[in-house]
Design a protein around this ligand. Structure first.
Ligand code: GLN
Length: 262
């Protein structure tokens, strides 16, 4: 279990999004409420990514391999940086996977910020065949020897082919669930314009505010109205002004990736 969130809307400080809410990511790191399938705290590192929405450009990030509550420098940093596009995560490392900052989300490239909450069942043998889809150089430069970093390489490959964020996530979730049933695949991607997310095995909520949207493993301010749960096995696609949810099983969520290869 990790916990993650993504935000799009008017600029807010990283602190507002990650540290200050009554059930902020900071709070969820040591007192999560919706644990499904193991783990009690998320103490194996954290990461915060953001895009400078004034100037656009690439995502920037700050990651550490320590519990988010023990980083004494984070509050000042987080209070000083504002953004209209944020993705953050606190990590509970899957057994056998390394505790290092390079294994912490967000994984980024250009404007894309990615996170995975869950585990690939039977990792790595169950999905080894999917490595055939990747360029050797992508495998050789995997961010970390973890299931999440591998999923990011698969998603990035699809994004590079021009797929939308939602299609890329749905396609990867679909392929991995077929090869490794029982995997937990809450994937989350924010590119500064769109948030895409899948639910498979873990909780996810969203809240459409006034010109903003927040997608989060757990409501960060549960007393505020408007939090909606995302059903299991869904694909969510949201901008600051609208949100749609469809079933991951819906053929419309699938793309021509496989067909294009054959
Ligand atoms: N399996 C991933 C990792 O170890 C994600 C862990 C999680 O969601 N708890 O980083």
């Amino acid at each position: 279990m990790c916990r993650h969130l993504a935000y799009l809307g008017p600029p807010v400080t990283l602190a507002e999004m990650v540290l200050l809410g009554p059930h902020s990511l900071l709070h969820q790191s040591w007192a999560p409420r919706e644990m499904r399938g193991g783990g009690t705290i998320n103490a194996d590192g954290f990461g915060v990514g953001w895009i400078d929405t004034e100037t656009g450009g690439a995502a920037r990030r700050y990651r550490r391999e320590i519990p988010i509550w023990s980083d004494a420098s984070l509050p000042d940093l987080a209070a000083s940086v504002s953004s209209g596009a944020i993705l953050a995560a606190v990590r509970s490392a899957t057994v056998g996977m390394p505790v290092t900052h390079t294994a912490c989300a967000p994984f980024v490239e250009g404007p894309w910020m990615f996170s995975h909450n869950g585990v690939v069942a039977g990792w790595p043998a169950s999905v080894a065949v999917l490595a055939d889809d990747l360029l050797a150089v992508d495998l050789m430069t995997l961010c970390a020897p973890t299931d999440s970093a591998f999923l990011w390489a698969l998603v990035r490959q699809r994004l590079g082919e021009g797929q939308s964020a939602a299609r890329a996530l749905a396609g990867v979730a679909d392929e991995v669930l077929a090869l490794a049933p029982g995997s937990r695949l809450n994937l989350l991607l924010n590119d500064g314009v769109t948030i895409a997310a899948t639910t498979a095995g873990h909780a996810l909520w969203y809240r459409q505010g006034d010109r903003s949207v927040t997608v989060s493993s757990e409501p960060i301010d549960p007393d505020q109205e408007g939090w909606q749960p995302v059903p299991e096995l869904s694909l969510l696609e949201a901008t600051a002004s609208q949100c749609s949810i469809q079933s991951l099983d819906n053929p419309a969520t699938k793309d021509g990736h496989e067909r294009a290869k054959s």
